[in-house]
Design a protein around this ligand. Structure first.
Ligand code: ADP
Ligand code: MG
Length: 253
């Protein structure tokens, strides 16, 4: 990955300017839900620049809903969504995608009936070049190149997740939001995916991963949030999050 390309679509991202630049994406006291049912009861989340940030919590905590608000699939009903310091509550997912925010949705980020290669091409529809996405995808995951004519629906779970990651990374995002990176995958495959995620964060992409099953996410993340019942119960270094994680999972059991 090329760090200098990451974030090129974002406003107000002049490097080296003082004071410290605003985080690439954040929610402040954000509330949101579906219809009249409020799911998020005023949450603060920050995507830390050039780091891996983890959002952990049991099933039903509101993690996916939070990602939906961050990526523009849902509008906050109260509070704020900030993109590089700009208040952008009304921006929709396409607009945020053009600003460099990419959302890898759980189980929905590849088209099963398209080939690997066509999945990559379609991912450039809101920006990005086809040469570039192929270069990124096939360099990061050579196995995808071997399978480029194969239908995505016939890939293994790990290969499908690689394709989903490649679709997000190949457009040189500023922010990559990933819902349940490890779900259903063997530990070795998960470790490989997290190694890639850590590399791209080092190259300057700000990565925000949501995980229900927490421990691996904590190992790779520098900052962690724990959520239960639509509220953030921990916000701090991932190294200190484990008690909050246990409390969240015990409370949900
Ligand atoms: N499209 C939807 N319509 C109505 N309720 C939903 C919808 N999606 C999720 N919910 C509800 O929102 C709550 C939080 O869900 P979700 O954000 O998916 O949690 P998590 O990702 O932490 O498992 C759950 O009670 C769930 O039933
Ligand atoms: Mg979820």
């Amino acid at each position: 990955m090329e760090a200098r390309r990451a974030g090129q679509g974002l406003p107000l991202l002049t490097e080296g300017s003082a004071p410290a630049p605003a985080p690439p994406l954040s929610l402040r006291a954000a509330r949101a839900g579906y219809g009249r049912i409020e799911i998020l009861h005023g949450i603060d989340l920050v995507v830390h620049r050039g780091e891996v940030t983890a959002l952990l919590g049991p099933n039903g905590a509101g993690k996916t809903t939070a990602l939906n608000v961050m990526s523009g699939l849902l509008r906050p009903t109260d509070g704020c969504r900030h993109v590089a310091g700009r208040h952008l509550n009304d921006a929709d997912a396409d607009e945020l995608a053009r600003l460099g925010i990419r959302h890898i949705r759980e189980g929905r980020s590849v088209y099963a009936n398209l080939s690997v290669d066509d999945n990559l091409l379609v991912a450039t529809s809101s920006g990005g070049s086809t040469d570039r996405i192929r270069e990124v995808a096939y360099t990061l995951f050579p196995v995808l190149k071997e399978r480029r004519t194969q239908l995505a629906g016939t890939l293994s779970g790990g290969e499908r997740q690689m394709l989903a990651l490649a679709r997000g990374l190949g457009v040189d995002p500023a922010v990559l939001l990933i819902d349940e990176l490890s779900m259903g995958l063997a530990p070795l495959v998960v470790a490989k995916l997290y190694d890639v995620v850590a590399d791209v964060a080092r190259a300057g992409v700000s990565v925000f991963v949501v995980e229900q099953f927490a421990t691996l996410g904590l190992k790779y993340a520098s900052h962690a949030y724990v959520m239960t019942n639509g509220r953030v119960t921990y916000d701090g270094p991932s190294a200190d999050a484990i008690d909050a994680v246990h409390a969240a999972y015990l409370g949900a059991a």
